[in-house]
Design a protein around this ligand. Structure first.
Ligand code: M6R
Length: 609
């Protein structure tokens, strides 16, 4: 939710670095963008609604240059998508601020500042930050002290970057939203994440909540929330610039769908040692599954559906009871906490505020241990967790999660095997059989990817529809949910998912000739039940689009379209069946000419409530 980038250079024009950084951060929010440069005791600002490319054009026209600057891509929370609400925000031509997060007490602060004759030019919560810093500077404290005093007044989550008109420094502060420092020679940077900085440095410092830092071209100083200077470790980021490139693909989502065989293989190999699963490879920590009597999984969106799938694996293989809960619901519930419960959070970004806060709440509720399945090194959720199991998906840029989802599923399956092994619910022979199946998974995914031409043909039919229904049963119900989410997210077609057995309890009333019904129907023990549910749809004139596997044993006929993945792969089947629903959403979006990678109203990292 919103991306921040900034930098101070001794010799270089910072503008191209900011623009490049904003382009990389666009996935975090893309309804408006802006940059501000400090030049000869003046703040020069350029803002525009729409994409970063819009400010790029304006910058070229104005020949904007400078060595100190900050930039922002916005995902609107307070105030509409208007240029006046785009960041940076300026107070009295002196203080300039970009902000990610939400200031919950902004209305109160706004009243206070209006009484002090500050004039507000935007509808944002951010403008209070600029004016407050200006207000605190009136008694001539340093910019650092004024930012520090301001932070003490702010309630809510934020990462901010601040400069003033006669400064060649940037002050940053974080509380609840990510912020990193990029360290380089004769120039230093700040950003919401490493993607914005990989073209200039891979030396990064992850700021912690409460940190304030002063960034100059030849130095950076970090302080705690009492302004005592502190040290933070410099990490070498492994993210490479070419990982962010589209290559031969038209969209990041397409690229990421096709990267799944590799991402899955990398994730599996990261945990296998001499042919066997080695729990020590999870974050290098000693993990003892036998001490837990239950698991609570907390996550949002697609990651939540990964959790729902995993419930079946944990209960089937390890005989451990699992609850899966939407993070934003758990936070505000009086949850009863069983003893010896492991909390598992699942998050691609590791930044999702709902999941992070749910984890904090789970700890307050008395849960002693937590493990996260995450794709981003050193992210906020990783830092809050005792154990980390990294998905090796590589950078995921498309807002619609694809390779992160299937690698999460792989991690969860492996974790359920670890539970089964350490709780002595599985024989060595079975463990090895599952590992062998896991190793074949990338091949099955590749076969599912080969279904693309048939799915493209289906997509043409969907693009004219306003609604769609997805059905699945048992372990494939979460895949139906994921299919419906993918479709609505990027094609804007309203889609619902139901466990197929629920159809007769209400949703069957929706079925007519205009409603496409996607059915996930592999050859598992519920196939006969699913076939009966399909008949219920067919009898009412509904058009069925069935994703089966090679041995599902039914044929296409009028009103029933069938595609087949490889042979049925048992309890790993949901991972294979995720691919056709991703491809379907992708091609429907292409036919509808929507913005696949940056669907309207959404952002990749949701760091607000
Ligand atoms: O980064 P996270 O996995 O925590 O994100 C959770 C959801 O916001 C995310 O999965 C969202 O639903 C995706 N856009 C779905 O494609």
């Amino acid at each position: 939710m919103c991306g921040i980038v900034g930098g101070v250079s001794k010799n270089n024009n910072i503008v191209p670095i900011l623009i490049n950084g904003l382009e990389k951060l666009e996935y975090r929010g893309y309804d408006s963008a802006g940059i501000a440069i400090i030049n000869h005791n003046r703040i020069q600002r350029i803002r525009s609604v729409g994409r970063v490319s819009n400010i790029h054009k304006k910058i070229s026209q104005k020949n904007l240059k400078g060595k100190t600057g900050i930039g922002h891509t916005r995902w609107a929370t307070h105030g509409g998508v208007l240029e006046k609400n785009a960041h940076p925000h300026i107070s009295n031509n002196e203080i300039v601020v970009v902000h990610n997060g939400i200031i919950e007490n902004h209305a109160k602060l706004c009243d206070f500042l209006k009484n002090k004759n500050y004039i507000f030019k935007s509808e944002t919560d951010t403008e209070v930050i600029a004016h407050l810093i200006h207000y605190f500077r009136k008694n001539k404290p340093s910019l650092l002290e004024a930012v520090h005093k301001t932070c003490k007044k702010l309630e809510g989550a934020y990462a901010i970057a601040v400069s003033n008109k006669n400064s060649n420094e940037i002050i940053v502060a974080r509380n609840g939203c990510p912020l990193i420092i990029g360290v380089s020679e004769d120039q230093n940077f700040i950003a919401s994440d490493i993607s914005a900085l990989i073209s200039v440095t891979n030396n990064v410092i992850f700021l912690e909540d409460g940190d304030i830092a002063v960034i100059a071209s030849d130095s950076y100083k970090i302080f705690d929330d009492n302004l005592n200077q502190i040290n933070r470790k410099i990490y070498k980021s492994s993210v490479k610039e070419n990982q962010m490139e589209l290559g031969p693909y038209d969209h990041y989502m397409q690229k990421e769908i096709y990267e799944q065989p590799i991402a899955i293989a990398d994730t599996i190999e990261s945990i296998i040692d001499e042919g066997s699963i080695n729990p020590k490879l999870i974050g290098g920590l000693k993990f003892d599954a036998s001490k837990y009597e239950s698991i609570l999984i907390l996550a949002a969106g697609t990651s939540y559906y990964a959790g729902l799938t995993a419930k079946y694996w944990f209960e089937h293989l390890a005989k451990v009871p699992v609850n899966v809960e939407i993070a934003s619901e758990y936070r505000y519930r009086d949850a009863v906490t069983p003893k010896k419960q492991l909390i598992i959070t699942i998050s691609q970004s590791g930044e999702t505020l709902d999941t992070l806060e749910a984890l904090k709440q789970a700890k307050k509720n008395g849960n002693k241990n937590s493990l996260t399945i995450c794709n981003v090194q050193e992210s906020a959720i990783v830092r809050q967790s005792d154990y980390v199991f990294y998905t090796r998906a590589g950078v995921e840029i498309g807002v619609a999660s694809t390779k992160a989802f299937t690698t999460q599923l792989v991690c969860l399956f492996v974790l359920s095997l670890i539970f089964a092994k350490q709780r002595k619910k599985i024989t060595k022979k079975n463990e090895l059989a599952y590992i062998e199946e896991l190793r074949k998974l990338s091949g099955h995914i590749q076969t599912a990817l080969n279904l693309e031409p048939q799915i493209k043909a289906w997509a043409k039919k969907f693009s004219r529809k306003s609604n769609a229904l997805f059905l699945g049963r048992g372990i494939h119900y979460p895949i139906a949910l994921e299919g419906a989410l993918k479709l609505k997210e990027i094609s804007y077609i309203h889609a619902e998912a139901y466990p197929a057995g629920e159809l007769k309890h209400g949703p069957l009333a929706l079925v007519d000739k205009d409603l496409p019904v996607v059915v996930i129907a592999p050859n598992d023990k519920l196939l006969e039940k699913v076939k009966s549910n399909m008949q219920e749809v067919k009898a009412r004139g509904g058009e069925l689009f069935v994703i089966a596997d090679a041995d599902s044993q039914f044929d296409a006929e009028a009103g029933i379209h069938v595609i087949r993945t490889n042979r049925h792969v048992g309890i790993l089947s949901p991972i294979v069946h995720a691919i056709p629903v991703q491809l379907l959403a992708y091609h429907v979006a292409i036919s509808k000419k929507t913005d696949v990678d940056k669907p309207r109203n959404l952002a990749k990292s949701v760091t607000v409530e």
